[in-house]
Design a binder for this molecule. Structure first.
Ligand code: ADP
Ligand code: MG
Length: 202
């Protein structure tokens, strides 16, 4: 679940972005629409606790984010949030398997190799476990990033422009995988997009 009240954020030197109050029930899907530059990525960063709002309150996965310390917030994020960023941020220094293993490290949990294999398998990329991300196609890399996002069955999945630069078939497949993955862990799913194909597909 996600609840926001009077939420606003001002980037340095810019006019504040003011966001509508939202109540998103657990397990539902929210489409964050808006033109480029309207503040979608900024809102996602607030929901992930990567930024603190200039004013207002935000509660995500039963955690009030304002006033949390940085360490607690980083641990909370690692455990409760599955983030699929627009730029995937997979480490080319590690294998696909190693990239997923980092999730456990960040969350303070023992590494579960069987769960990593299972998550990759669910997204059809189990055979890529020993490759480096730079050896993957764009679509494969996105599946790996999604497997990483849902590995710990997060309460909330945040996806930033997940269909950008995908053709129609790949876009439909990506949305399908996102929704299936969210349903599998009864996660709340937020998709930020300015792609009109997304609302037609949902
Ligand atoms: P969207 O994701 O909807 O395209 P963003 O949240 O990325 O929108 O950006 C919203 C506004 O905030 C834009 O005007 C953008 O230029 C500005 N902005 C985004 N990130 C920064 C930043 N790091 N520093 C200053 N301004 C920023
Ligand atoms: Mg954006």
């Amino acid at each position: 679940m996600i609840q926001t009240r009077n939420l606003a954020f001002a980037h340095p030197g810019a006019a504040p972005l003011v966001f509508a109050d939202l109540d998103v029930p657990q397990g539902s899907t929210l489409l964050l629409r808006g033109a480029s530059g309207s503040g979608k990525s900024t809102w996602l960063s607030l929901a992930a606790g990567l930024r603190s709002p200039s004013v207002g309150q935000i509660t995500v996965a039963r955690q009030a984010l304002v006033g949390m310390g940085n360490a607690a917030r980083d641990l909370w994020r690692a455990q409760a949030i599955g983030f699929l960023p627009q730029k995937l941020h997979l480490s080319d220094a590690l294998t696909v398997h190693g990239n997923l293993a980092l999730v456990y490290f960040a969350a303070g949990l023992p590494q579960d190799d069987a769960a990593i294999r299972h998550a990759l398998d669910a997204l059809g990329v189990a055979d890529l476990a020993d490759r480096k991300p730079e050896q993957l196609s764009g679509g494969q890399a996105q599946r790996v990033a999604l497997a990483r996002a849902v590995l710990l069955a997060p309460a909330v999945i945040l996806a930033d422009e997940p269909t950008a630069s995908l053709d129609d078939d790949a876009a439909r497949a990506a949305l399908d995988l996102l929704q299936t993955s969210a349903q599998r862990c009864t996660a709340t799913l937020v998709i930020a997009t300015h792609d009109r194909r997304v609302e037609q597909a949902l």
